[in-house]
Design a binder for this molecule. Structure first.
Ligand code: DHB
Length: 331
């Protein structure tokens, strides 16, 4: 029997015998150690300090804060979020308390929960982004996720699809940022686009990409009222949750290959179970964020996904993420 098979047999026996194999779900993102690879996505229920404290108290291995802008924003008119059968639609319009609030919150959260805090910066202009990156240099945040393109800001394009603008933005923020930072990307659907955006990102000291943002501009309709489910933009909004999982997997996989593991990939989109997380890691993700499922299931989702992931790994004889991360087998 080859070594890895023997290893798998051992762990099956361990499981049968009830002796619990020690599973290590830890990871490092941008050099920052996370107790587990599962934490919250920027977006859902992470605007106020009260909301962020709920995430802090949960088993989420980091606290990711809402994407912030220079000035506070109330966001788009309500209703602006709706649950769907297998996911969600939203057009929140970046409601947030302004970046200064998140600099304060980061200090409180770090002190109280002793886990990494991730800021998400989503400026309306290049200049706004530069101001915020500079300000976060002197903050308690461990990592910055640059989110240059909300799909929901009325009158603004999804910047991740404009490669020249992405180049200009990354150039500007790279010059001022002293924290480890990564970029949240929209979903790409065309193989050439993966190569083009990867080429831009490789020019800069980007430590990770987070794939994917909600898929822009879907439409959900109530057939009884004959109206859309959300109000902004005639009902158009970003699609999240289960509908996005296969696009997430493809984006994670393609960027894992293109970056040859030199720039990390965080997977987000459609994670409800430990097996969803396992698949993203198998495709190459170094960590997994939970967005829609957190809103729908509540804070226990982090523990549930971690437990299920650990059990699934134990059954396969995997003790740590590096035993299988990126190792998708050819058919
Ligand atoms: C919003 C939505 C996003 O998908 C995003 O990346 C940032 C902000 C929003 O509508 O608030």
């Amino acid at each position: 029997m080859c070594n890895s098979l023997a290893h798998a047999e051992d762990s099956k026996n361990d499981a049968k015998n009830g002796s619990k194999m020690k599973i290590d779900l830890s990871t490092k993102i941008a050099g920052v150690k996370l107790e587990t690879c599962v934490f919250n996505a920027s977006g859902p229920a992470d605007v106020t300090l009260e909301e962020l404290e709920v995430i802090g108290k949960s088993k989420s291995s980091a606290v990711t804060m809402k994407s912030c802008t220079l000035e506070p924003r109330v966001g788009n008119p309500e209703p602006r979020y709706a649950d769907l059968e297998y996911g969600s639609i939203n057009s929140m319009g970046l409601p947030n308390l302004g970046y200064k609030a998140y600099i304060k919150f980061a200090r409180v959260l770090k002190k109280k929960f002793k886990k990494p805090v991730i800021a998400s910066i989503s400026g309306m202009t290049l200049e706004d982004n530069v101001i915020m990156f500079k300000a976060f240099n002197n903050s308690a945040v461990d990592i910055i996720e640059f989110n240059p393109g909300s799909p929901n800001t009325i009158g603004k394009p999804i910047i991740g699809y404009d490669f020249e603008e992405m180049d200009r933005l990354l150039d500007a923020v790279s010059k001022v940022c002293k924290k480890p930072f990564g970029v949240k990307l929209p979903a790409y659907f065309d193989l050439v686009h993966f190569e083009q955006i990867a080429g831009v990102i490789k020019k800069y000291p980007v430590k990770f990409v987070t794939c994917i943002n909600s898929i822009g501009n879907g439409l959900a309709i109530n057939p009884y009222t004959e109206k859309p489910l959300i109000k902004p933009k005639g009902g158009l909004g970003g699609i999240g949750g289960g509908y996005t999982k296969y696009t997430t997997l493809a984006n994670v996989r393609r960027f894992y290959e293109l970056f040859e593991d030199k720039i990390q990939v965080i997977g987000v989109g459609g994670v409800y179970t430990g097996i969803d997380a396992f698949e993203l890691i198998l495709a190459g993700a170094s960590a997994v964020q939970i967005g829609t499922a957190y809103l729908q299931k509540g804070p226990y989702i982090f523990e549930q996904v971690q437990n299920e992931l650990g059990d699934f790994m134990a059954n396969k004889g995997y003790k740590k993420l590096s035993d299988f991360r990126g190792q998708l087998k050819p058919l």
